[in-house]
Design a protein around this ligand. Sequence first.
Ligand code: IMP
Ligand code: MG
Length: 182
Amino acid sequence: MRRDFSQTEIVPENYSLLIAEQTICERLEELGAQIAEDYAGTKPILIGVLNGGFIFLADLIRYINIDLEIDFIRISSYGDARESSGHIKVLKPLSADIKDRAVLVVEDIVDSGLSVQFLENLMSAFGPSMLRFATLLNKPSKRQVDIKIDYIGFDIEDKFVVGYGLDDAQIKRNLRSIYVVG
Ligand code: IMP
Ligand code: MG
């Protein structure tokens, strides 16, 4: 029997629950099945975007029942601010060679879309055979650029969210559910 462990010690009073752990888990099962079907026969490389995407990548790959590889990239645009500065730098480059490989970039959240646009330009220059994007969360109302996201966990409103990899000034990534900061 799984013990109830609501993490009350680290959920501040001004946080409200947006997406519960169980709901995330059920959605990952659906996304994983779809990705496995779409990437069948390709042995894809899934690229987690650090830091926020690490938990989503770790959980998602366990629902993708085909052989795959992983890699990570780290980019910066926000610092500790809550709005995109628009200036994006690569802080940790890819390790893998993605030329002629099927690639799926795994983001925590797409907001302005500037990060995805930057990553698409960067990665397409390496000549992958297939390049798609997955995000756990999507804020469509915040979009500044026209980008295509192939796999979306949940569309959400324009609220600042934390948990499940997403941070509030670097902490709270270890919350298992997703919360709105009030
Ligand atoms: P974009 O370039 O504006 O689409 O920014 C996407 C990045 O901003 C994400 O990968 C997150 O790191 C960060 N971000 C955007 N919205 C939130 C939020 O509500 N909570 C935490 N991080 C966020
Ligand atoms: Mg991010």
